[in-house]
Design a protein around this ligand. Structure first.
Ligand SMILES: [Zn+2]
Length: 92
């Protein structure tokens, strides 16, 4: 009996079920997949939860300009496309 085979299977499942989802989440949040994968492997479900709850990455820090419907940064006070004043959109 090769005792190392179940260990390899466990490691593969570990990476698949813990590393892969957190890597995917990390990419979704604009972070490195490797960071998510490694964090997932070491911290398991905790990393998945931590990355899942982390603020959204740069790709989602945009909203739609009410004037021209182009994507503009949420913190912008003027639309970079049409120059519309977006100051009302930013909470005081
Ligand atoms: Zn605009």
């Amino acid at each position: 009996m090769d005792a190392s085979l179940p260990l390899i299977v466990v490691l593969c499942l570990w990476v698949l079920f813990l590393g892969e989802p957190s890597a995917w989440l990390a990419v979704e949040r604009g972070r490195s997949a490797w960071n998510g994968l490694i964090a997932g492997m070491f911290f398991g479900a905790l990393a998945v939860i931590a990355i899942g709850l982390a603020p959204l990455g740069a790709t989602r820090r945009f909203h739609q300009c009410p004037e021209c419907l182009e994507g503009v940064r949420k913190l912008a006070t003027k639309c970079s496309q049409c120059g519309a004043d977006l100051i009302e959109e930013v909470p005081a």
